[in-house]
Design a protein around this ligand. Structure first.
Ligand code: HEC
Length: 190
C-alpha cells in the first residue's frame, strides 16, 4: 500500500497539480476553482446579491467620516458666523511658506471678485459680469474680524448669500492659509 502511495498516487497528484502552472502561451492551464480564477466584477451601480440591500455601492459605516471631510457644525446665520468667530482659531503659522500658498489660493479663488489687491475691485465686478459689490478685504471691517469668521464666510458663503460657499472647492488648510494672506499680505495694500 505504501508503495502505491509513494510511487503512484503522489507523483500522479503532483502531475495534475503542477500541470495548472505551465507557462505555455497556447494553453491557459487548468482551472480548479473557477470562482477564484474568474472573480465576478460588480460595477458601482449594479445589483449585488452579496449585500442585504442588494446594492453594490454601500453607504459609509455609521459614525465614520471621509478622510479630510470633518463635519462643519456652524450654520450660515448671524449666530453661526459669530460662534465660528469665537470658537475656530487658525491652526497654522503665518510663516513665509503658508503666506505664499495662501496668496496662490487667494489669486485662484478670491481675486476674480475681491481683486488682486483685495480692494473689492476684481475683474468679475469691474466688467459687470458679477453685479454684487465685493467687500474690500483690506478695510478694518474685515481686517478686524476674527479669523474664524472669515473661515466661516469662505466655507459657507456670506450671510446674504451674495458670496457663495467655497467649502467644497477649498480644503480647510488652504482656507486658513488664505486667511493668513488676507491678514498679513493684503493688509499692506490698505
Ligand atoms: C463670485 C465673487 C466672489 C468670490 C469668488 C469671493 N467673494 Fe467674498 N464676497 C463677495 C461679495 C459680493 C461679498 C459681499 C457679500 C455680502 O455682503 O453679503 C463678499 C464678502 C466677503 C467677506 C465679508 C463677509 C462679511 O461677513 O461681511 C469676506 C471676508 C470675503 N468675501 C472673503 C472672500 C474670500 C477669502 C474669498 C476667496 C476664498 C472670496 N471672498 C471669494 C464676492 C465674492
Amino acid at each position: 500500500m505504501k508503495r502505491i502511495i509513494k510511487y503512484f498516487l503522489i507523483p500522479a497528484l503532483m502531475l495534475i497539480i503542477f500541470n495548472a502552472c505551465n507557462h505555455k502561451e497556447e494553453h491557459p492551464g487548468w482551472v480548479y476553482m473557477p470562482d477564484m480564477m474568474y472573480s465576478e466584477a460588480y460595477s458601482a451601480y449594479s445589483e449585488n446579491p452579496n449585500f442585504e440591500d442588494g446594492k453594490t455601492n454601500q453607504p459609509p459605516v455609521q459614525g465614520t467620516i471621509a478622510r479630510g471631510k470633518a463635519p462643519y457644525p456652524y450654520e450660515r446665520t448671524f449666530q453661526g458666523q459669530q460662534s465660528a468667530g469665537k470658537e475656530l482659531h487658525n491652526p497654522l503659522e503665518a510663516n513665509e511658506e503658508n503666506l505664499a500658498m495662501g496668496k496662490e489660493q487667494y489669486r485662484i479663488f478670491c481675486a476674480s471678485c475681491h481683486g488682486e489687491q483685495g480692494k473689492g475691485d476684481g475683474h468679475l465686478y469691474t466688467s459687470k459680469l458679477f453685479t454684487a459689490k465685493p467687500t474690500s478685504l483690506v478695510d478694518d471691517y474685515v481686517q478686524e474680524k476674527p479669523d474664524g469668521e472669515i473661515y466661516h464666510v469662505i466655507t459657507m458663503g456670506s450671510l446674504s448669500g451674495l458670496m457663495g460657499a467655497h467649502g467644497a472647492q477649498i480644503s480647510p488648510g488652504e482656507r486658513w492659509k488664505i486667511i493668513h494672506y488676507v491678514k498679513n499680505g493684503l493688509s499692506e495694500n490698505k
